[in-house]
Write a protein of this length. Structure first.
Length: 316
């Protein structure tokens, strides 16, 4: 039995050792990357029982990623190997000024992108309390989109909770409108919706965080948390037996932003773990903001994800 399950592509990330154009870097640090795998790692570090379903190539990158995920204590029994397709990878530039780093993806035709409805396993899904999904896996191919949609529906039907981070990746979509309508449709299948403010505006056509949240609450969400970067987050819960709640959590002060990538994934780790522990939405948003603030202070996507002991000593 799992607390949370996720489907998604893990990629090997090569991070340039010095600032400047990627082609001028001559040494790279090797790390793991992938929105869903970042969240899986974060939840596992907090002691949740996490299952991850994916496909990796039969190559050194696949072996590296599988070992890394297993080391985090994640159940990888649903990770298949594809001898005919490669594992995806990416290059990430180094930035020292807090701007978004350049990223170059090599994931087209990857093993994970060939996943599809044949990988649907309702029994595995129903063995978990919760499914976390993002717009990245849905963007990989028509078959991963179909699989993701079916998984979200199956979890709903099984009476489990589903969370969703839109994680818009325009370069993976044939058109902006296709991206908008598809991701909006997926978000409507989730109980907990976690958009960034710009994403929320794009998806809903509404301006203010309050109105973005209302859009999904009106369409059946139980909780919406809108991420506001260095301004923290806005949360609104629909109630579910208790009084509805809404408010703003400030960001935790950060001495220096090193690398903005991974903040949203860290935020999701905080919100999901807290809600699964029965905390209220404000406490969940606070925990998310704390982990998000840690994530922007490190270069990799997962170094900032805390252990349970670190979370406890911060009183979150
Ligand atoms: P990304 O997709 O780049 O990982 P996102 O757009 O999904 O991020 P952000 O709003 O950038 O999400 O960040 C998520 C959360 O992390 C914010 O709600 C905030 O609480 C925290 N955070 C982000 N940037 C900062 C910052 N500069 N200082 C403090 N906290 C931050």
């Amino acid at each position: 039995a799992f607390d949370a399950v996720l489907l998604g592509e893990a990629m090997m990330m090569l991070m340039a050792d010095r600032p400047g154009p990627l082609e001028l870097a001559d040494a790279f640090l090797k790390r793991t990357a992938g929105a869903e795998t970042n969240v899986a790692i974060g939840l596992a570090r907090l002691g949740l029982r996490v299952g991850w379903s994916s496909r990796l190539g039969e190559d050194s990158m696949g072996r590296y990623l599988l070992a890394a995920m297993q080391r985090e204590g994640i159940d990888c029994s649903r990770v298949a190997r594809d001898p005919s397709r490669p594992t995806g990878f990416l290059f990430k530039g180094r930035v020292d000024d807090g701007s978004d780093p350049p990223v170059e993806y090599h994931r087209k035709g990857s093993a994970a992108s060939a996943m599809g409805p044949q990988d649907l396993d309702p029994g595995w899904l129903a063995s978990a309390r919760h499914l976390h999904a993002t717009g990245v896996f849905a963007a990989l191919s028509p078959s991963t989109l179909a699989l993701q949609e079916q998984c979200m529906k199956a979890m709903r039907d099984a009476g489990r909770t589903v969370s969703f981070d839109p994680n818009l990746r325009p370069s993976l979509w044939p058109s902006e409108e296709r991206m908008r309508s598809t991701i909006d449709g997926l978000a409507r299948l989730a109980h907990w919706v976690l958009p960034g403010l710009e994403e929320g505006r794009f998806l809903t056509g509404r301006e203010r965080p309050e109105d973005v949240a209302d859009y999904y609450l009106e369409r059946g969400a139980r909780a919406v948390v809108v991420k506001l970067g260095s301004k923290g987050a806005y949360f609104h819960g629909a109630g579910q037996g208790t009084a509805s709640c809404a408010g703003h959590v400030p960001a935790f002060p950060v001495p220096a932003v090193v690398d903005t990538v991974g903040a949203g994934d860290g935020f999701a780790v905080g919100v999901i773990s807290a809600l699964l522990e029965g905390r209220d939405l404000q406490a969940a948003a606070r925990r998310g903001a704390w982990i998000g603030a840690r994530a922007v202070q490190v270069r990799g996507d997962t170094e900032g994800l805390p252990s349970r002991a670190e979370l406890d000593s911060a009183g979150l």
